[in-house]
Design a protein around this ligand. Structure first.
Ligand SMILES: Nc1ncnc2c1ncn2[C@@H]1O[C@H](COP(=O)(O)OP(=O)(O)O)[C@@H](O)[C@H]1O
Ligand SMILES: [Mg+2]
Length: 285
């Protein structure tokens, strides 16, 4: 390890002492499986429980997280990296109490932060992150190299998929990619938009086997969500369903999932500081 890395590590250690921030990445092999719907509803439910939540919208797609929260995000992290605005300008408060930050459409590689870790940009971004209890990352479809550091830094990764052959194949590909990265985060699976309960078992078996083979561990929690008509309405109204239909099946199930997040008593293998050391490429083992 070079001296430079040692210096950076020392800086980081000082910077992140006592930080309790948890990082949760919502991923999935395929578009349209519900990643943004879960990012937004998990974030909102955590915020309803008085947590400070930063939703990192890295999927500048059609129904992206900010839009689902009823917010048009004009100032993005790309503008910040270009030096046009401050990091605070990128943070958008929403009615759900969730703070949203968006990468924008032409997000520059996260390496910009890495290369300049001692510089103000990385420091400012990480300082912003640590002001929150949770950072929720909504990823785009598939695996993206640009998000490598987020995967590595995550306490938990949700893999969202649906019971369709193409989505399962994509989930398989994503699990393989995560195995290459040597990710040590917890992995939870959300099987979404179930219409026929008889199809659950075979899908669950395939996913459990795949995770065991490639990641050499068990899926932490396997959640099942049925196809729920009112999700469409919630998307149209741009209000997370947990905020206005608390008692419908989706919301109830989601609250159980969030209970699992907040009750997580797992002794973390890595602290927040150690995870961020990974972000800048310092091996901690
Ligand atoms: N459980 C569900 N039941 C019904 N529709 C759903 C469900 N989950 C998601 N959807 C719908 O699927 C569409 C795609 O979801 P989205 O979260 O945007 O996918 P992704 O972010 O993975 O591309 C949304 O418009 C939403 O209406
Ligand atoms: Mg999305």
């Amino acid at each position: 390890m070079s001296n430079n890395y040692h210096d950076q590590a020392e800086n980081l250690r000082k910077h992140f002492q006592d930080a309790e921030t948890k990082i949760i990445t919502i991923s999935g092999g395929k578009g349209g499986v519900g990643k943004s719907v879960f990012s937004v509803n998990i974030s909102s439910e955590l915020a309803l429980r008085k947590n400070k939540v930063l939703l990192f919208d890295s999927d500048a797609g059609f129904a992206n997280a900010s839009i689902l929260l009823g917010k048009t995000v004009k100032k993005t992290l790309s503008d910040y990296i270009d030096g046009k605005i401050s990091i605070e300008d990128c943070v958008h408060e929403t009615d759900s109490g969730v703070n949203v930050i968006s990468t924008g459409f032409d997000f520059k590689d996260w390496k910009l932060f890495q290369n300049n870790f001692n510089g103000t940009m990385a420091q400012e971004f990480l300082a912003l992150a640590r002001k929150h209890d949770y950072v929720i990352i909504d990823t785009g479809a598939g695996y993206s190299d640009k998000l490598i550091h987020f995967y590595l830094a995550s306490d938990k990764i949700f893999l969202v998929t649906v019971p369709e052959p193409t989505a399962i194949v994509n989930a398989y590909t994503l699990i393989k990619a995560l195995s290459m990265l040597d990710v040590d985060s917890e992995l939870d699976v959300i099987l979404n938009m179930i219409t026929d309960k008889s199809e659950i078992r075979s899908v669950e078996e395939v996913l459990r086997k795949t995770v065991k083979n490639f990641l050499n561990k068990d899926i932490n929690n396997f959640y099942k969500f049925v196809h729920e008509k009112s999700i469409h309405e919630s998307v149209k109204r741009q209000i997370p369903i947990v905020r206005y239909k608390e008692n419908n099946a989706f919301s109830k199930n989601l609250k159980i999932l969030v209970d699992d997040i907040t009750n997580n008593k797992r002794t973390k293998k890595l602290s927040f500081t150690e995870r961020f050391k990974k972000i800048i490429g310092i091996e901690v083992r």
